[in-house]
Design a protein around this ligand. Structure first.
Ligand code: PL3
Ligand code: FE2
Ligand code: FE2
Length: 242
């Protein structure tokens, strides 16, 4: 087994400049939480690969670009697999499959109906904003090995978010109604998923409120860029609180 970072490692707390302590990555409690969170991330990256390949069938003109995005997801999956190995953790993949099943089902249904707007909202906006929020929070409390990998990954995730954002922006008039409807159906799923990981995330010193805050920033910034107005954005965000 590779050497583990010790709990003695201290980091400067960005808010007040005081010393904050990283979690002890070697405890059974940490490893148990990590077995689920790590699996979620591995499964999420794998499904993201499949989803970008599928999106290429709906936008044949962009298939080459979407293939490039997909390949990044495969690389992310390998990176996070290495993070689990480094900590001596076995990822709980059946748990992760179940975790994504509803969102996965909605994506597959939209794909079969060739609803590109819905597919983009699910993968390139909601899932990517979720990943960006989680990875940004995780970077602050990760072991040094995982921190380095996650920093590389999160840069790519912004490119993925940007792809969806730019397509929706260019096609806003024709896709607004579908976008709002798809958001109503899928944003509550993201909220439940966040609730479901909150306890394990807490063990890894990732705060639930901080995760929600980061998600809302990425999500709302994207909706602004797409060209929605304040009222539309507020309405869309409220779909999370039903
Ligand atoms: C697509 O690029 C990524 C899809 C993955 C989404 C995962 C969301 C992660 C939720 C849990 C947060 C923990 C982060 C820790 C990383 C080991
Ligand atoms: Fe990714
Ligand atoms: Fe991504």
């Amino acid at each position: 087994m590779s050497p583990l970072a010790s709990s003695e490692v201290a980091v400067l707390d960005g808010v007040n400049g005081s010393l904050a302590t990283l979690p002890d990555f070697t405890t059974d409690e940490y490893k148990d939480a990590y077995s689920r969170i790590n699996a979620i991330v591995i499964e999420g990256e794998k499904e993201a690969y499949d989803n970008y390949i599928s999106l290429g069938t709906l936008v044949p003109d962009n298939a080459a670009e979407l293939k490039k995005l997909a390949v990044m997801e495969m690389k992310h999956m390998r990176g996070f697999t290495a993070c689990g190995k480094n900590l001596g953790v076995t990822a709980d993949m059946p748990f992760a499959k179940k975790f994504f099943s509803k969102l996965h089902g909605n994506f597959q249904k939209a794909l079969a109906e060739e609803k590109l707007t819905t597919c983009l909202l699910i993968q390139a906006i909601l899932i990517e904003a979720f990943a960006i929020s989680a990875y940004n929070v995780y970077i602050r409390v990760a072991d040094p090995f995982a921190k380095k990998i996650t920093e590389g990954v999160v840069k790519d995730e912004y490119l993925h978010l940007n792809y969806g954002q730019e397509w929706l922006k260019s096609n806003l008039e024709g896709c607004k109604q579908e976008l709002i409807q798809a958001n109503k159906e899928n944003l509550p799923l993201i909220k439940s998923m966040l609730d479901e990981v909150a306890k394990d995330a807490e063990v890894m010193q990732m705060d639930r409120e901080e995760l929600m805050e980061e998600f809302m920033i990425a999500y709302q910034d994207t909706l602004v860029e797409i060209g929605l107005d304040n009222r539309e954005i507020a309405r869309m965000a409220l779909a999370a609180v039903v």
